[in-house]
Design a protein around this ligand. Sequence first.
Ligand code: ARG
Length: 505
Amino acid sequence: MSEKLWGGRFSSDITDDVLRYTETASVDSRMLEHDLWQNIAHVLMLGYAGINTESDTRALLAGLLEMEGTRADGGLKLDIRQEDVHLNTEFMLIERIGPVGGRMHTARSRNDQVQTDARMVTREWLLDASEELLLFAQDLLGCSEAERETVLPGYTHSQAAQPISAAFWKAAHAQALLRDAARLMDSWKRININPLGSCALAGTTFGLDRDYTSRLLGFDAPMANALDATSTRDWTVEVAASAASGAVNLSRMQEEIVTWSSNEYALVEVHDSFATGSSIMPQKKNPVVAELARGKSGRAVGALVQLLVMEKSVGLGYSCDLQEDKPVYWGALDTYLDTIRLCRRQNLQTTFNGTRGRELCWDNFSTATEIANILVSRFNTPFRTAHRFTGDLVNAALAAGHTLRDVAFTTAFLRDEHDIEISEADMRQICDPLNTLRSYISAGSTGPARVAEQQAQSLSDVAKRLTETRQMRSRLGEAKAESLRTARSVVSGESLTEFTMEVGV
Ligand code: ARG
Protein backbone atom coordinates (compact mmCIF):
# COMPACT_ATOMS: atom_id res chain seq x y z
CA MET A 1 0.00 0.00 0.00
CA SER A 2 1.12 3.57 -0.65
CA GLU A 3 2.32 5.56 2.36
CA LYS A 4 0.80 8.76 0.97
CA LEU A 5 -1.98 10.59 2.81
CA TRP A 6 -4.16 9.76 -0.20
CA GLY A 7 -2.73 6.23 -0.51
CA GLY A 8 -5.76 4.06 0.35
CA ARG A 9 -6.67 2.96 -3.16
CA PHE A 10 -3.07 2.42 -4.31
CA SER A 11 -1.25 -0.86 -4.16
CA SER A 12 2.16 0.63 -4.83
CA ASP A 13 3.90 3.96 -4.46
CA ILE A 14 5.25 6.25 -7.16
CA THR A 15 8.93 5.94 -8.01
CA ASP A 16 11.41 8.67 -7.09
CA ASP A 17 11.63 10.01 -10.62
CA VAL A 18 7.84 10.26 -10.84
CA LEU A 19 7.84 12.08 -7.52
CA ARG A 20 10.46 14.52 -8.77
CA TYR A 21 8.43 15.09 -11.92
CA THR A 22 5.15 15.71 -10.10
CA GLU A 23 6.00 17.38 -6.79
CA THR A 24 5.62 21.09 -6.14
CA ALA A 25 7.02 21.14 -2.59
CA SER A 26 10.31 22.46 -3.93
CA VAL A 27 8.63 25.68 -5.06
CA ASP A 28 5.80 25.79 -2.51
CA SER A 29 7.72 27.06 0.53
CA ARG A 30 6.66 30.53 -0.51
CA MET A 31 3.09 29.54 0.45
CA LEU A 32 3.94 27.92 3.78
CA GLU A 33 2.98 30.89 5.92
CA HIS A 34 -0.25 31.32 3.98
CA ASP A 35 -1.09 27.64 4.12
CA LEU A 36 -0.80 27.65 7.92
CA TRP A 37 -2.87 30.82 8.22
CA GLN A 38 -5.45 29.24 5.95
CA ASN A 39 -5.44 26.02 8.02
CA ILE A 40 -6.08 28.03 11.18
CA ALA A 41 -8.99 29.91 9.58
CA HIS A 42 -10.48 26.72 8.18
CA VAL A 43 -10.23 24.90 11.51
CA LEU A 44 -11.81 27.84 13.35
CA MET A 45 -14.66 27.82 10.86
CA LEU A 46 -15.16 24.04 11.11
CA GLY A 47 -15.42 24.43 14.88
CA TYR A 48 -17.70 27.42 14.70
CA ALA A 49 -20.00 25.70 12.20
CA GLY A 50 -20.20 22.67 14.52
CA ILE A 51 -18.52 20.37 11.98
CA ASN A 52 -15.66 19.61 14.39
CA THR A 53 -16.13 19.47 18.17
CA GLU A 54 -14.74 22.14 20.44
CA SER A 55 -12.11 19.85 21.93
CA ASP A 56 -10.93 18.61 18.52
CA THR A 57 -10.78 22.24 17.37
CA ARG A 58 -8.59 23.08 20.37
CA ALA A 59 -6.22 20.22 19.63
CA LEU A 60 -5.99 21.17 15.95
CA LEU A 61 -5.39 24.84 16.70
CA ALA A 62 -2.76 24.08 19.35
CA GLY A 63 -0.82 22.00 16.83
CA LEU A 64 -1.17 24.61 14.09
CA LEU A 65 -0.08 27.46 16.38
CA GLU A 66 2.95 25.49 17.41
CA MET A 67 3.79 24.90 13.75
CA GLU A 68 3.31 28.57 12.96
CA GLY A 69 5.74 29.48 15.78
CA THR A 70 8.31 27.05 14.41
CA ARG A 71 7.83 28.44 10.91
CA ALA A 72 8.27 32.01 12.10
CA ASP A 73 11.60 30.96 13.64
CA GLY A 74 12.63 29.41 10.33
CA GLY A 75 12.35 25.83 11.61
CA LEU A 76 9.65 24.34 9.35
CA LYS A 77 10.97 22.68 6.19
CA LEU A 78 8.97 21.11 3.41
CA ASP A 79 9.69 17.52 2.42
CA ILE A 80 9.29 16.77 -1.28
CA ARG A 81 8.13 13.27 -0.42
CA GLN A 82 4.88 14.88 0.74
CA GLU A 83 4.38 16.33 -2.76
CA ASP A 84 3.31 19.83 -1.91
CA VAL A 85 2.90 22.35 0.88
CA HIS A 86 -0.67 21.30 1.61
CA LEU A 87 0.11 17.64 2.26
CA ASN A 88 3.24 18.71 4.15
CA THR A 89 1.34 20.85 6.65
CA GLU A 90 -1.32 18.18 7.15
CA PHE A 91 1.31 15.48 7.57
CA MET A 92 3.26 17.59 10.09
CA LEU A 93 0.07 18.28 12.05
CA ILE A 94 -0.83 14.59 12.25
CA GLU A 95 2.76 13.85 13.32
CA ARG A 96 2.39 16.37 16.15
CA ILE A 97 -1.13 15.74 17.44
CA GLY A 98 -2.00 12.29 16.14
CA PRO A 99 -5.04 11.11 14.14
CA VAL A 100 -7.20 14.04 15.26
CA GLY A 101 -5.02 16.06 12.84
CA GLY A 102 -6.89 14.21 10.10
CA ARG A 103 -9.98 16.28 10.95
CA MET A 104 -8.45 19.44 9.48
CA HIS A 105 -9.04 18.53 5.85
CA THR A 106 -12.80 18.01 6.23
CA ALA A 107 -14.71 19.97 3.57
CA ARG A 108 -11.61 21.13 1.73
CA SER A 109 -9.44 20.00 -1.14
CA ARG A 110 -5.99 20.92 -2.30
CA ASN A 111 -7.76 22.40 -5.32
CA ASP A 112 -9.33 25.24 -3.34
CA GLN A 113 -6.41 25.29 -0.90
CA VAL A 114 -3.72 26.00 -3.51
CA GLN A 115 -5.75 28.79 -5.07
CA THR A 116 -6.36 30.37 -1.69
CA ASP A 117 -2.65 30.34 -0.84
CA ALA A 118 -1.58 31.55 -4.27
CA ARG A 119 -3.97 34.49 -4.18
CA MET A 120 -2.70 35.39 -0.70
CA VAL A 121 0.91 35.33 -1.91
CA THR A 122 0.04 37.35 -4.99
CA ARG A 123 -1.77 40.09 -3.15
CA GLU A 124 1.34 40.68 -1.01
CA TRP A 125 3.44 40.82 -4.14
CA LEU A 126 1.00 43.32 -5.66
CA LEU A 127 1.50 45.58 -2.65
CA ASP A 128 5.30 45.18 -2.74
CA ALA A 129 5.55 45.85 -6.46
CA SER A 130 3.16 48.77 -6.58
CA GLU A 131 4.80 50.40 -3.58
CA GLU A 132 8.22 50.05 -5.19
CA LEU A 133 6.90 51.48 -8.47
CA LEU A 134 5.35 54.42 -6.63
CA LEU A 135 8.59 55.10 -4.77
CA PHE A 136 10.55 54.99 -8.02
CA ALA A 137 8.08 57.42 -9.61
CA GLN A 138 8.43 59.63 -6.54
CA ASP A 139 12.22 59.71 -6.96
CA LEU A 140 11.96 60.54 -10.64
CA LEU A 141 9.43 63.31 -10.01
CA GLY A 142 11.34 64.69 -7.06
CA CYS A 143 14.58 65.29 -8.96
CA SER A 144 16.51 68.51 -8.35
CA GLU A 145 15.14 71.81 -9.64
CA ALA A 146 18.29 72.26 -11.73
CA GLU A 147 17.32 69.22 -13.80
CA ARG A 148 14.38 71.18 -15.21
CA GLU A 149 17.05 73.10 -17.14
CA THR A 150 19.42 70.20 -17.81
CA VAL A 151 19.18 70.01 -21.60
CA LEU A 152 19.01 66.72 -23.49
CA PRO A 153 18.28 66.16 -27.15
CA GLY A 154 14.80 64.63 -27.38
CA TYR A 155 14.57 62.01 -30.13
CA THR A 156 11.95 60.82 -32.56
CA HIS A 157 12.83 58.07 -35.06
CA SER A 158 16.12 57.93 -33.11
CA GLN A 159 16.96 61.26 -34.78
CA ALA A 160 17.48 64.46 -32.81
CA ALA A 161 14.14 66.23 -32.62
CA GLN A 162 13.76 69.01 -30.02
CA PRO A 163 15.50 69.88 -26.75
CA ILE A 164 13.94 68.46 -23.60
CA SER A 165 15.01 68.57 -19.97
CA ALA A 166 16.23 65.67 -17.86
CA ALA A 167 13.40 66.38 -15.42
CA PHE A 168 10.86 66.17 -18.25
CA TRP A 169 12.33 62.84 -19.38
CA LYS A 170 12.15 61.54 -15.80
CA ALA A 171 8.57 62.75 -15.39
CA ALA A 172 7.63 60.94 -18.60
CA HIS A 173 8.98 57.64 -17.30
CA ALA A 174 7.31 58.31 -13.94
CA GLN A 175 3.94 58.46 -15.73
CA ALA A 176 4.56 54.98 -17.10
CA LEU A 177 5.50 53.67 -13.65
CA LEU A 178 2.35 55.19 -12.18
CA ARG A 179 0.25 53.40 -14.79
CA ASP A 180 2.12 50.15 -14.10
CA ALA A 181 1.34 50.45 -10.38
CA ALA A 182 -2.29 51.32 -11.09
CA ARG A 183 -2.63 48.40 -13.49
CA LEU A 184 -1.37 45.99 -10.85
CA MET A 185 -3.68 47.35 -8.18
CA ASP A 186 -6.66 47.30 -10.56
CA SER A 187 -6.43 43.51 -10.46
CA TRP A 188 -6.77 43.51 -6.65
CA LYS A 189 -10.56 43.25 -6.71
CA ARG A 190 -10.38 40.17 -8.93
CA ILE A 191 -7.61 38.57 -6.88
CA ASN A 192 -8.57 39.29 -3.30
CA ILE A 193 -11.58 36.95 -3.33
CA ASN A 194 -11.71 33.66 -1.53
CA PRO A 195 -11.75 30.23 -3.19
CA LEU A 196 -11.63 28.38 0.18
CA GLY A 197 -14.71 26.21 0.72
CA SER A 198 -15.03 25.40 -2.98
CA CYS A 199 -13.45 22.03 -2.15
CA ALA A 200 -12.49 19.79 -5.09
CA LEU A 201 -14.81 21.41 -7.65
CA ALA A 202 -18.43 21.15 -6.55
CA GLY A 203 -18.53 22.56 -3.03
CA THR A 204 -19.59 20.28 -0.20
CA THR A 205 -22.50 18.82 1.70
CA PHE A 206 -21.17 20.41 4.93
CA GLY A 207 -22.65 23.72 6.03
CA LEU A 208 -19.56 25.95 5.73
CA ASP A 209 -19.38 29.61 6.64
CA ARG A 210 -17.30 31.00 3.80
CA ASP A 211 -17.86 34.62 4.85
CA TYR A 212 -16.15 33.84 8.10
CA THR A 213 -12.99 32.35 6.54
CA SER A 214 -12.96 35.22 4.03
CA ARG A 215 -12.82 37.68 6.84
CA LEU A 216 -10.14 35.83 8.80
CA LEU A 217 -7.99 35.60 5.67
CA GLY A 218 -8.45 39.25 4.70
CA PHE A 219 -10.41 38.49 1.51
CA ASP A 220 -13.18 40.79 0.34
CA ALA A 221 -15.70 37.97 -0.26
CA PRO A 222 -15.98 34.27 -1.11
CA MET A 223 -15.72 33.41 -4.80
CA ALA A 224 -19.17 32.85 -6.29
CA ASN A 225 -18.80 29.47 -8.01
CA ALA A 226 -16.80 26.49 -6.76
CA LEU A 227 -16.03 25.08 -10.21
CA ASP A 228 -14.75 28.45 -11.40
CA ALA A 229 -12.88 29.12 -8.14
CA THR A 230 -10.85 25.91 -8.41
CA SER A 231 -10.27 26.13 -12.16
CA THR A 232 -9.52 29.71 -13.09
CA ARG A 233 -5.98 30.90 -13.57
CA ASP A 234 -6.92 33.97 -15.60
CA TRP A 235 -5.92 36.11 -12.65
CA THR A 236 -2.32 34.88 -12.95
CA VAL A 237 -2.43 35.82 -16.63
CA GLU A 238 -3.70 39.25 -15.65
CA VAL A 239 -0.85 39.83 -13.19
CA ALA A 240 1.73 38.40 -15.59
CA ALA A 241 0.43 40.67 -18.36
CA SER A 242 0.76 43.72 -16.14
CA ALA A 243 4.23 42.59 -15.08
CA ALA A 244 5.24 42.01 -18.70
CA SER A 245 4.06 45.46 -19.71
CA GLY A 246 5.77 47.02 -16.70
CA ALA A 247 9.01 45.15 -17.33
CA VAL A 248 8.95 46.35 -20.93
CA ASN A 249 8.45 49.94 -19.76
CA LEU A 250 11.54 49.62 -17.57
CA SER A 251 13.41 48.01 -20.42
CA ARG A 252 12.68 51.02 -22.64
CA MET A 253 13.93 53.40 -19.96
CA GLN A 254 17.12 51.41 -19.47
CA GLU A 255 17.66 51.18 -23.22
CA GLU A 256 18.01 54.97 -23.20
CA ILE A 257 20.44 54.82 -20.28
CA VAL A 258 22.58 52.25 -22.11
CA THR A 259 22.62 54.23 -25.35
CA TRP A 260 23.23 57.59 -23.72
CA SER A 261 26.08 56.15 -21.62
CA SER A 262 28.17 55.50 -24.71
CA ASN A 263 31.11 57.72 -25.54
CA GLU A 264 29.30 58.87 -28.68
CA TYR A 265 26.35 60.30 -26.74
CA ALA A 266 28.06 60.91 -23.38
CA LEU A 267 24.81 62.25 -21.95
CA VAL A 268 24.51 59.96 -18.95
CA GLU A 269 26.79 58.29 -16.48
CA VAL A 270 25.68 55.52 -14.14
CA HIS A 271 27.52 55.16 -10.87
CA ASP A 272 30.41 52.69 -10.80
CA SER A 273 28.45 50.48 -8.42
CA PHE A 274 25.95 49.71 -11.22
CA ALA A 275 28.55 48.87 -13.85
CA THR A 276 31.19 46.20 -14.43
CA GLY A 277 34.44 46.09 -16.38
CA SER A 278 35.91 43.96 -19.11
CA SER A 279 38.31 41.08 -18.56
CA ILE A 280 40.41 42.20 -21.53
CA MET A 281 39.67 45.87 -22.30
CA PRO A 282 40.88 47.98 -19.40
CA GLN A 283 38.97 51.11 -20.45
CA LYS A 284 35.51 49.51 -20.36
CA LYS A 285 32.71 50.52 -17.99
CA ASN A 286 29.62 48.56 -18.92
CA PRO A 287 26.18 49.65 -17.61
CA VAL A 288 25.20 46.04 -16.84
CA VAL A 289 22.24 46.70 -14.55
CA ALA A 290 20.58 48.71 -17.30
CA GLU A 291 21.42 46.04 -19.86
CA LEU A 292 19.97 43.30 -17.66
CA ALA A 293 16.81 45.28 -16.96
CA ARG A 294 16.32 45.11 -20.72
CA GLY A 295 17.33 41.47 -20.99
CA LYS A 296 15.38 40.19 -18.00
CA SER A 297 12.13 41.73 -19.24
CA GLY A 298 12.01 38.62 -21.42
CA ARG A 299 11.25 36.55 -18.34
CA ALA A 300 7.99 38.41 -17.68
CA VAL A 301 6.98 38.23 -21.33
CA GLY A 302 7.86 34.53 -21.40
CA ALA A 303 5.87 33.84 -18.24
CA LEU A 304 2.79 35.43 -19.76
CA VAL A 305 3.03 33.26 -22.85
CA GLN A 306 3.77 30.14 -20.80
CA LEU A 307 0.75 30.70 -18.54
CA LEU A 308 -1.57 31.23 -21.50
CA VAL A 309 -0.35 28.03 -23.15
CA MET A 310 -0.52 26.10 -19.87
CA GLU A 311 -4.19 27.00 -19.42
CA LYS A 312 -5.59 26.88 -22.88
CA SER A 313 -6.43 23.18 -23.07
CA VAL A 314 -7.58 22.62 -19.49
CA GLY A 315 -11.36 22.26 -19.26
CA LEU A 316 -13.04 23.26 -16.02
CA GLY A 317 -12.06 21.29 -12.93
CA TYR A 318 -8.49 21.04 -11.65
CA SER A 319 -5.86 19.30 -13.75
CA CYS A 320 -2.20 19.02 -12.89
CA ASP A 321 -1.26 21.19 -15.86
CA LEU A 322 -2.27 24.07 -13.64
CA GLN A 323 0.48 23.46 -11.12
CA GLU A 324 2.96 24.53 -13.79
CA ASP A 325 1.97 28.13 -13.09
CA LYS A 326 4.06 28.64 -10.00
CA PRO A 327 7.75 28.30 -10.96
CA VAL A 328 7.44 30.52 -14.00
CA TYR A 329 4.94 32.97 -12.57
CA TRP A 330 6.77 33.59 -9.32
CA GLY A 331 10.14 33.64 -11.00
CA ALA A 332 8.95 36.34 -13.37
CA LEU A 333 7.37 38.40 -10.60
CA ASP A 334 10.52 38.20 -8.46
CA THR A 335 12.71 39.25 -11.36
CA TYR A 336 10.44 42.18 -12.22
CA LEU A 337 10.44 43.37 -8.60
CA ASP A 338 14.26 43.11 -8.44
CA THR A 339 14.45 45.12 -11.65
CA ILE A 340 12.23 47.88 -10.26
CA ARG A 341 14.31 48.04 -7.08
CA LEU A 342 17.68 48.13 -8.83
CA CYS A 343 16.63 50.62 -11.49
CA ARG A 344 15.27 52.82 -8.73
CA ARG A 345 18.56 52.73 -6.83
CA GLN A 346 20.59 53.21 -9.97
CA ASN A 347 18.56 56.30 -10.86
CA LEU A 348 19.48 58.01 -7.60
CA GLN A 349 23.15 57.96 -8.61
CA THR A 350 22.86 58.54 -12.34
CA THR A 351 24.07 61.90 -13.63
CA PHE A 352 22.91 63.71 -16.76
CA ASN A 353 25.35 65.93 -18.62
CA GLY A 354 23.35 69.04 -19.58
CA THR A 355 26.37 70.82 -21.07
CA ARG A 356 26.88 67.97 -23.48
CA GLY A 357 23.12 67.86 -24.18
CA ARG A 358 23.09 71.54 -25.04
CA GLU A 359 26.10 71.13 -27.36
CA LEU A 360 24.44 68.23 -29.17
CA CYS A 361 21.24 70.26 -29.60
CA TRP A 362 23.24 73.14 -31.12
CA ASP A 363 25.02 70.73 -33.47
CA ASN A 364 22.02 68.74 -34.63
CA PHE A 365 19.54 71.49 -35.52
CA SER A 366 17.24 70.58 -32.59
CA THR A 367 15.87 74.12 -32.44
CA ALA A 368 14.96 74.48 -36.14
CA THR A 369 11.25 74.19 -35.24
CA GLU A 370 11.73 77.31 -33.14
CA ILE A 371 12.88 79.31 -36.18
CA ALA A 372 9.70 78.25 -37.99
CA ASN A 373 7.63 79.20 -34.93
CA ILE A 374 9.21 82.67 -34.87
CA LEU A 375 8.41 83.18 -38.53
CA VAL A 376 4.77 82.43 -37.65
CA SER A 377 4.57 84.54 -34.49
CA ARG A 378 6.71 87.56 -35.52
CA PHE A 379 6.31 87.66 -39.29
CA ASN A 380 2.80 86.28 -39.64
CA THR A 381 4.06 83.59 -42.04
CA PRO A 382 1.74 80.57 -42.48
CA PHE A 383 3.30 77.64 -40.62
CA ARG A 384 3.63 75.47 -43.74
CA THR A 385 5.57 78.29 -45.47
CA ALA A 386 7.68 78.87 -42.36
CA HIS A 387 8.46 75.13 -42.30
CA ARG A 388 9.61 75.30 -45.94
CA PHE A 389 11.79 78.39 -45.37
CA THR A 390 13.44 76.80 -42.35
CA GLY A 391 13.89 73.50 -44.19
CA ASP A 392 15.66 75.44 -46.98
CA LEU A 393 17.83 77.06 -44.36
CA VAL A 394 18.82 73.72 -42.79
CA ASN A 395 19.51 72.26 -46.21
CA ALA A 396 21.76 75.18 -47.14
CA ALA A 397 23.55 75.12 -43.78
CA LEU A 398 24.24 71.40 -44.10
CA ALA A 399 25.55 71.85 -47.63
CA ALA A 400 27.88 74.63 -46.47
CA GLY A 401 29.02 72.72 -43.39
CA HIS A 402 27.34 75.10 -40.94
CA THR A 403 25.13 74.55 -37.89
CA LEU A 404 22.61 76.86 -36.26
CA ARG A 405 25.51 78.25 -34.24
CA ASP A 406 26.57 80.11 -37.39
CA VAL A 407 24.11 82.95 -37.00
CA ALA A 408 25.87 85.13 -39.59
CA PHE A 409 25.05 82.46 -42.13
CA THR A 410 21.48 81.75 -41.00
CA THR A 411 20.41 85.39 -40.69
CA ALA A 412 21.95 86.26 -44.10
CA PHE A 413 20.20 83.27 -45.68
CA LEU A 414 16.76 84.27 -44.39
CA ARG A 415 17.28 87.88 -45.41
CA ASP A 416 18.62 87.10 -48.90
CA GLU A 417 16.38 84.17 -49.80
CA HIS A 418 13.15 85.00 -48.01
CA ASP A 419 13.32 88.68 -47.18
CA ILE A 420 13.13 87.98 -43.45
CA GLU A 421 15.11 90.22 -41.16
CA ILE A 422 16.26 88.71 -37.84
CA SER A 423 19.28 90.13 -36.01
CA GLU A 424 22.19 87.84 -35.20
CA ALA A 425 21.68 88.38 -31.47
CA ASP A 426 18.00 87.43 -31.80
CA MET A 427 18.86 84.41 -33.91
CA ARG A 428 21.33 83.22 -31.29
CA GLN A 429 18.60 83.47 -28.67
CA ILE A 430 16.03 81.71 -30.84
CA CYS A 431 18.36 78.80 -31.56
CA ASP A 432 19.83 78.45 -28.10
CA PRO A 433 18.59 75.08 -26.82
CA LEU A 434 18.30 76.24 -23.22
CA ASN A 435 16.42 79.35 -24.21
CA THR A 436 14.09 77.28 -26.39
CA LEU A 437 13.50 74.87 -23.55
CA ARG A 438 12.59 77.77 -21.26
CA SER A 439 10.11 79.15 -23.75
CA TYR A 440 7.92 76.03 -23.96
CA ILE A 441 4.65 76.95 -22.30
CA SER A 442 1.96 74.48 -23.36
CA ALA A 443 0.46 72.26 -20.65
CA GLY A 444 2.39 68.98 -20.39
CA SER A 445 5.40 70.45 -22.21
CA THR A 446 9.09 70.42 -21.31
CA GLY A 447 9.04 74.09 -20.19
CA PRO A 448 10.45 74.29 -16.63
CA ALA A 449 7.27 75.75 -15.12
CA ARG A 450 5.14 73.13 -16.88
CA VAL A 451 7.41 70.34 -15.66
CA ALA A 452 7.15 71.70 -12.12
CA GLU A 453 3.36 71.49 -12.48
CA GLN A 454 3.50 67.89 -13.71
CA GLN A 455 5.80 66.99 -10.84
CA ALA A 456 3.59 68.57 -8.19
CA GLN A 457 0.41 66.99 -9.51
CA SER A 458 1.88 63.51 -9.88
CA LEU A 459 3.68 63.68 -6.52
CA SER A 460 0.41 64.31 -4.72
CA ASP A 461 -1.12 61.35 -6.60
CA VAL A 462 1.86 59.19 -5.53
CA ALA A 463 1.45 60.22 -1.89
CA LYS A 464 -2.25 59.31 -1.94
CA ARG A 465 -1.61 55.96 -3.54
CA LEU A 466 1.26 55.12 -1.20
CA THR A 467 -1.06 55.75 1.76
CA GLU A 468 -3.72 53.48 0.25
CA THR A 469 -1.17 50.73 -0.38
CA ARG A 470 0.09 50.92 3.17
CA GLN A 471 -3.44 50.80 4.56
CA MET A 472 -4.19 47.70 2.52
CA ARG A 473 -1.01 46.08 3.77
CA SER A 474 -1.88 46.84 7.38
CA ARG A 475 -5.40 45.41 6.90
CA LEU A 476 -3.85 42.12 5.81
CA GLY A 477 -1.57 42.19 8.85
CA GLU A 478 -4.57 42.79 11.09
CA ALA A 479 -6.51 39.89 9.54
CA LYS A 480 -3.60 37.54 10.24
CA ALA A 481 -3.21 38.88 13.77
CA GLU A 482 -6.95 38.43 14.37
CA SER A 483 -6.81 34.82 13.10
CA LEU A 484 -3.92 34.01 15.45
CA ARG A 485 -5.48 35.86 18.39
CA THR A 486 -8.78 34.04 17.95
CA ALA A 487 -7.03 30.68 17.64
CA ARG A 488 -5.01 31.37 20.81
CA SER A 489 -8.11 32.36 22.77
CA VAL A 490 -9.88 29.16 21.73
CA VAL A 491 -6.83 27.09 22.70
CA SER A 492 -6.68 28.82 26.06
CA GLY A 493 -10.22 27.71 26.84
CA GLU A 494 -12.58 30.32 25.48
CA SER A 495 -15.62 28.63 24.02
CA LEU A 496 -16.20 28.86 20.27
CA THR A 497 -19.70 30.24 20.81
CA GLU A 498 -18.42 33.05 23.03
CA PHE A 499 -15.76 34.04 20.58
CA THR A 500 -18.07 33.79 17.57
CA MET A 501 -20.55 36.10 19.29
CA GLU A 502 -17.74 38.62 19.61
CA VAL A 503 -16.02 38.41 16.28
CA GLY A 504 -18.26 36.26 14.10
CA VAL A 505 -19.72 37.73 10.94
N1 ARG B 1 0.40 21.18 -5.72
C1 ARG B 1 -0.79 21.41 -6.49
C2 ARG B 1 -0.66 22.70 -7.29
O1 ARG B 1 0.33 23.36 -7.13
C3 ARG B 1 -1.95 21.51 -5.55
C4 ARG B 1 -3.22 20.91 -6.03
C5 ARG B 1 -3.07 19.50 -6.32
N2 ARG B 1 -4.32 18.85 -6.45
C6 ARG B 1 -4.36 17.61 -6.87
N3 ARG B 1 -5.52 17.07 -6.90
N4 ARG B 1 -3.31 16.98 -7.25
O2 ARG B 1 -1.51 23.07 -8.08
